[in-house]
Design a protein around this ligand. Structure first.
Ligand code: IVH
Length: 706
């Protein structure tokens, strides 16, 4: 491939992966399987290796996705919360074992290549911290460096003790420990998930989509009583002491040798009264590993919780330290992912769904079938091109899988079962909802209803406008939106602000209280951060993070409207395609009218500027309280600029490396300072990592102050 095509391809892959990250981490609604996701990542990574100069610092191959949510304060992680390298074939496990043995040079030495194997829980990562035996913090993964503070929700877990039994310190063999952190995975059991859905159905509420999505949503719910009622579970798999008052010790935190290996670490968790998965095995040969992988795959359908594979870890702590970690994942661990569970069923019918951007999606209506813990009766068929490629017909026997084990999709047709009565479904020339003509936009595969006033589009826009990461309007559910539209009370988001509480309280199923709640919810919507308001507009391709970038560079809606596609394409993370999409929306008559109406309704404030990131920040960022030394040549930034940026984020810069130094920023041609830092075991970051960390911290500052 030539450079130009590679650059284009890389841009497309990056955008695609970011979209899937957002669907997975922010919405907990992945639309592709992990295998497909990893294939995209591998393709990008191969191109990055081939054209290293085209690789960008914020490439998704180097960062973990983010679940950060503006509703919760953000807190720095005690050490990065990393991800795991995935594998799907035994050959990849063998290669991992070879690499481990080679790096530890331990073919003969048993210690290094003893592995622990345990289920990979398909839930949501959760860290808890205890001080003097008392739970004081619960944190989600967030972006891996800062998590969302969900302490109140963590306290509702029945299995997480609020206070530990006296003598808890004894589990730590090292020096006296006052504070520690445990990390694990929160989840909902299948049985609890089903019970909750039965209750919700009876109460006329929407069903929870799947256990993982429900867990993510529950952890980010503001109503603590509701969280308690959901009864989340957790299994922990990591434990380490924290020494906040002793920075020297903290420095070695990642290298804590309190536990000699993963088995004693798990034992300690258990002794503390923190729940651990009962399945934990040991293997040192590939044959042993293989047998355990098989054993777990056989157990999988009988478990009351979702697992998506097996985590294989080098058990010995010293060996783990020796192997180290990349920016994204430890090099001592590997996730072996199971193939998605499949089921065969009858495709009874195909219906059409029109989304908020007008995209028409064919949906398979299936004979209900049990699949990975839930009953599946609908599955996405994506689009017509895909349907034609797979030759899917009504009446076919089809194989269904869950995308990322979550959203079901039709994988393939069992053509040998055809009897000739199956029917093809042609792409509709008119919208199934409003009858307007359909069409495709510039080479897009998706078929769209071209009517911006299509009721399905309007309803979709309203649902998006009210959703959590957008205006988060309390008291406005999907059913209410439909009711208001049906009654002609509203036609777009702006009309919500003109709803009369007296009229609302007379509606079926409504009363004074619910009307009041909605009015309050709308009042709060006006006070949402500027970036959430941009996201709420529902511009196609503008997710939470793109909205944040736009908010940071444009102080208000008027100035955003003046931007050209070229201006936008110059912003970090925004490419020419997204730039054009944004400008097209803002200047379209539907988009323009919606914004004018929202302005008239007082939704936008005159000046919505987020505080400039260069303000000194009092809160906690990765930089806060750390002592930095700069060395070598920085290519893209002046020394003075780097120093100022660190100081603005609450860090300190000194001239020489000593035991008190926390981080060495090493530019090109670093000399003796680098050697000394390495001798002292001080964290070293290169310019690229430094820029990444800076950008992240500045983002946190902007979010928290905004
Ligand atoms: S160990 C540095 N053990 O999978 C990461 N992770 O894809 C060490 N997970 O971040 C993680 N079950 O949220 C580990 N038994 C297990 C796990 C597990 C689920 C999650 C965890 C991790 C993610 C990585």
């Amino acid at each position: 491939m030539d450079r130009d095509s590679a650059a284009k391809k890389m841009g497309r892959l990056k955008a695609e992966i970011s979209r899937h990250n957002e669907l997975y981490y922010q919405k907990a609604e992945p639309v592709i399987t992990d295998v497909e996701y990893d294939a995209l990542e591998r393709e990008l990574s191969a191109l990055e290796n081939q054209f290293p100069d085209l690789a960008v610092t914020d490439s998704p191959t180097r960062e973990v996705g983010s679940d950060r949510d503006a509703n919760f304060p953000s807190v720095a992680h005690s050490r990065p919360m990393l991800s795991l390298q995935n594998s799907y074939e035994l050959a990849e496990v063998e290669a991992f074992d070879q690499r481990v043995r080679k790096e530890l040079r331990s073919a003969a030495d048993e210690e290094g290549s003893v592995y622990s194997l345990e289920p990979k829980m398909d839930g949501v990562a959760l860290a808890v911290r205890y001080k003097d035996g008392r739970l004081f913090l619960g944190l989600t993964r967030g972006d891996g460096r800062h998590g969302d503070d969900v302490t109140a929700n963590a306290r509702t877990f029945r299995e997480i003790p609020l206070d530990l039994e006296p003598g808890w310190q004894d589990v730590f063999p090292g020096p006296e420990v006052r504070m520690f952190e445990a990390r694990g995975e929160a989840f909902l059991t299948f049985s609890r998930f089903q019970a909750l859905n039965l209750e919700r159905e009876a109460a006329g509420q929407d069903s929870l989509a799947n256990p993982r999505n429900a867990t993510a949503g529950t952890l980010k719910t503001l109503d603590v009583d509701e969280v308690r009622r959901r009864e989340l579970s957790v299994f922990f798999y990591q434990l380490f002491p924290l020494y906040p008052e002793d920075p020297d010790k903290q420095q070695t935190a990642d290298g804590n040798l309190e536990f000699s290996d993963h088995f004693s670490e798990m034992k300690a968790l258990e002794t503390l009264g923190l729940p651990v998965n009962p399945f934990l095995k040991k293997a040192s040969q590939i044959s042993g590993i293989e047998a355990i992988l098989k054993e777990l795959e056989t157990q999988r359908p009988h478990l009351d919780y979702q697992i998506d594979g097996v985590v294989i870890k080098v058990a010995d702590r010293k060996s783990q330290l020796k192997l180290g970690a990349t920016a994204k994942a430890p090099r001592w661990g590997l996730a072996f992912k199971f193939a998605a569970e499949e089921a065969v069923t009858l495709l009874r019918d195909i219906t059409l769904q029109v989304g908020r951007t007008g995209v028409i999606t064919p949906v398979a209506e299936l004979e209900p079938v049990e699949l990975a813990g839930t009953t599946v009766s609908r599955a996405t068929l994506h689009n017509w091109a895909e349907m034609e490629r797979k030759d899917i017909r009504i009446g076919d026997r089809v194989v269904v899988v869950k995308g990322g084990d979550i959203i079901p999709k039709v994988l393939r047709v069992l053509k040998e079962h055809r009897n000739g009565k199956e029917r093809l479904l042609a792409a509709p020339g008119v919208c199934p909802v409003c009858g307007h003509t359909t069409g495709q936009q510039d080479n897009e595969v998706a078929l769209r209803c071209l009517n911006p006033l299509c009721p399905a589009v309007v309803a979709g826009r309203l649902r998006h406008f009210a959703s959590r990461n957008a205006c988060d309007i309390d008291g406005l559910g999907d059913r209410s939106i439909e009711l208001f539209l049906e009654l002609g009370l509203i036609r777009g988001p702006a009309d919500l602000f003109g709803l009369d509480p007296a009229v609302l309280s007379e509606l079926p199923g409504w009363g004074e209280k619910s009307a009041q709640r909605l009015v309050l919810g709308l009042e709060q919507a006006r006070r949402r951060p500027w970036s959430a308001k941009i996201f709420a507009l529902g511009i196609s391709q503008v997710g939470v993070s793109t909205a944040l970038t736009l908010a940071r560079h444009y102080p208000d809606i008027d100035r955003l409207r003046e931007a050209t596609a070229g201006d936008l394409a110059d912003l970090p993370d925004i490419g020419p395609i997204v730039g054009e999409t944004v400008v097209a929306f803002l200047s379209s008559s539907a988009g323009g009218t919606m914004i004018d109406d929202l302005k008239a309704a007082g939704f936008f404030l005159d000046e919505e500027l987020l505080p400039p990131p260069e303000l000194a920040y009092q809160g906690e960022t990765w930089f806060g309280g750390k002592v930095f030394v700069l060395t070598g040549t920085l290519e893209r930034m002046k020394r003075t600029e780097a120093k100022e940026a660190i100081e603005n984020l609450g860090g300190k810069v000194t001239g020489s490396v000593s035991k008190r130094t926390d981080v060495l920023v090493a530019g090109a041609k670093s000399g003796s300072k680098l050697v000394k830092a390495e001798q002292l075991g001080i964290e070293v970051v290169d310019e690229e990592q430094f820029e990444l960390l800076l950008a992240e911290a500045q983002k946190t500052v902007a979010e928290n102050d905004g």
